[in-house]
Design a protein around this ligand. Sequence first.
Ligand code: ATP
Length: 205
Amino acid sequence: MNTGGTLLFGGSFDPIHHGHLISAQAVADRLAVDRVLLIPCAQSPLKRSHVLARGEDRLEMCRIAAKLDPRFAVSDWELKRPPPSYTIQTVRYFRSVFPAPEPLYWLLGQDSLAHLQHWMNIEELLQIVQFVTAARPGGGEPNLAALRAIAPAEAVEQIERHLFATPMVEISASEIRARARAKQNIQFWVPSGVADYIDQTALYR
Ligand code: ATP
């Protein structure tokens, strides 16, 4: 049994795209984790006004993408629970599945790092998981001042040590939805199986 640990990656994934997948794969390589779990959320507490595609569609697209790397798998844990999806509840659960001292990481985009101080039970979260940030190469230091004001210095230092420069694909799920709505080709933006799924189900029309 390997003990490289688990990288948890939560998001709306509406749809999952190459930006998500390339940064998750690059970070997984860097940390040498055993597995990456994609966890589509029911509803992000910080994006409550967003109307998302059905959970089963977002889950299925994650499943199609996860087949492309044997370390990747998908969890419907958040989708099976009432929204919003608080990360603290998710990581408490996954810590029980993968007990300490096995490493447990939570992947963030650099944009999400800026809001971390608003996450529910952030102090407990910092104790349970190691946050890992996929940062833009040469993109400068993220502003951690707000987090520093509420979190122990050691936890903030650990976050700084887990800022990894990964190849950044500057695309967003909203751009892809807009392209799909306009019937533009999205084959280069998401894995082709995901593009086919969006096409066949007319998901974002
Ligand atoms: P939307 O455009 O609908 O807001 P999104 O792709 O930005 O979608 P999520 O699916 O919720 O949003 O993103 C999940 C996680 O992936 C977040 O931590 C976010 O920072 C990160 N992320 C989003 N886009 C990229 C990208 N192009 N490259 C790397 N990480 C990304």
